[in-house]
Design a protein around this ligand. Structure first.
Ligand code: 4AD
Length: 476
């Protein structure tokens, strides 16, 4: 009853409060400030309360006592309400801990937008017992949590750091289109749409556009969403993911792998050198350390032997790719042979045993994209090999794939002809790159969510995307 009658007014005799974000508070200790944000945590005592405020830039402990803790708004305050808090920022005594080492002594405050309590309270809607699909539907609210928001903050820092590395190595950022007329790479895996009556597709890689940029812009990169129809319900496949791709001219295959290693390592080093991002990594992935260089390099043919030597088998499959079952109805397991794809499970076991990043390289042409540069055929060798590489890391598996590209127009046209889904004439802009002054070149694509899943030690790439898309999932 009494509390309803308390009306808070700001004491005009106090110094004017300075508007600030939580991140910038350190320099404002001892001063009167005001901060707006959301009630992240709330502890009420008899005649005082503590609010942990969240504004996206950090967390701030705020102490309310006396009149400010006894208003009706104070007694009915709920988590996730948005509030504005005014007061003097005090350093907390050494015996106490608080985010940033300081606390706001609130002398005036107001509710900006109350959040519901009771059954509709966020904490009740989202808890550990929630079904995965409920959590996916509630992603917009899950994002308010400490872990999900830390992952997204690290994601932003990782992208910025990667860009800095690429630019420092003289690559120029371009923003290629994601609506395409041609489905050059892997026909069945493109999303198709109606484009003013024409068939069009969503991109699954900007590689070909990047290749066309080399003669005018030099080495280039892009950060672009890629879309893939993947009937793969795995923890590392998304239907839409952020694809960081780069293309470099006048390089060798060895240069390409060294460059990928440099970009990955410099990106990580910069994150670890910055106290704010290092703290995010520590929070999410306490055991993460920068990988040592140089990365291991293992030819595909050696990798097959390595798998067999370590007893890592693959699932047997018939000509149509269907699993072969044994008498007991279990999938039959067989040794790997040259020409086999190294599946996700085998790849993961391999990286878990090695415990460090590894480039698998020189894959047989039959397993890889048509445009990859072929190595000269070895006498008696059963497989034509390519200058191709996949970068595998512990916990995730493949995070990057790249190759040197065919340079001859005739050779490329012949390879294009073998692609069933491709209308060769519509690829003139891609083959012209070889017609008008060809050059040795190569490039790669990094799955940003996979890179992040590695650094942030996430179980799945779904945690590394703002609103992850996977087969069937396009909400919210
Ligand atoms: O190996 P991919 O298919 O390579 C290309 O698309 C080349 N054209 C890239 C290039 O040379 N410019 O894909 C590259 C990377 C993979 O290593 C993986 O990290 C990621 O993209 N990736 C996916 N990430 C999440 N969900 C998916 N469905 C992905 N498919 C590929």
């Amino acid at each position: 009853e009494e509390s309803k009658n308390i009306v808070l007014t700001e004491d005009e005799s106090l110094p004017q409060a300075k508007k600030t974000k939580i991140r910038h508070l350190e320099h404002l200790r001892g001063q009167r400030v005001f901060v707006s944000g959301w009630v992240h945590r709330l502890h009420s005592h008899e005649d005082s309360m503590v609010i942990v405020l969240r504004d996206g830039t950090g967390y701030l402990q705020c102490a309310l006592s006396g009149k400010v803790a006894q208003t009706y708004a104070a007694l009915t305050l709920t988590l996730e309400s948005s509030v504005q808090l005014h007061g003097v920022l005090q350093v907390v005594p050494e015996s106490k801990t608080a985010p940033g080492g300081h606390e706001l002594s609130v002398d005036f405050w107001k509710v900006l937008g109350a959040a519901p309590g009771g059954d509709d309270a966020l904490a009740d809607k989202l808890n550990e017992k929630c079904d995965q699909s409920v959590l996916a539907d509630m992603r917009h609210l899950v994002l308010r949590g400490e872990t999900a928001s830390a992952v997204l903050k690290l994601r932003a820092a990782l992208l910025a750091s990667a860009r800095t590395s690429l630019v420092s190595h003289n690559l120029l950022e371009v923003t290629p289109q994601c609506l395409l007329q041609t489905q050059v790479e892997g026909g069945a895996t493109h999303f198709e749409l109606d484009y003013y009556g024409q068939r069009a597709f969503l991109t699954r890689s900007s590689q070909f556009y990047l290749e066309t940029c080399l003669p005018s812009l030099g080495d280039v990169f892009c950060v672009q969403e890629s879309f893939r129809v993947e009937q793969a319900h795995t923890r590392r496949h998304l239907s839409e993911y952020t694809h960081l791709e780069a293309e470099l001219a006048f390089i060798t295959f060895d240069d390409l792998m060294s460059h990928i290693e440099t970009i990955i390592c410099e990106t990580i080093d910069r994150l670890l050198a910055n106290p704010a991002t290092a703290a995010l990594i520590k929070q999410l992935s306490p055991d993460f350390t920068a990988p040592s260089r140089p990365f291991l390099r293992m030819p595909y043919i050696d990798a097959i032997q390595w798998l067999n030597a370590h007893g890592i088998q693959r699932e047997a499959a018939d000509a149509d790719g269907n699993a072969i079952l044994d008498a007991a109805g279990n999938t039959e397991m067989v040794a790997h042979a040259v020409g086999d794809d190294i599946g996700e499970a085998a790849e993961r076991r391999m990286t878990d045993i090695l415990g460090v990043p590894v480039f698998l390289h020189s894959f047989p042409a039959a397993m890889k994209a048509f445009y990859m540069k072929r190595l000269p055929a070895q006498d008696g060798a059963a497989h034509v090999l390519t200058e191709s590489c996949d970068l595998l890391v512990p916990g995730v598996g493949e995070i990057a794939g790249g190759s040197m590209r065919m340079t001859g127009q005739e050779e490329l046209l012949a390879a294009l002809e073998t692609q069933e889904s491709v209308d060769v004439s519509s690829c003139y802009w891609f083959t012209d790159q070889r017609k008008y002054g060809t050059c040795e070149h190569g490039g790669y694509g990094v799955g940003v969510e996979r890179f992040l899943a590695w650094v942030a030690n996430r179980h799945t790439v779904r945690e590394c995307s703002l609103y992850p898309r996977w087969p069937g999932r396009v909400t919210p």
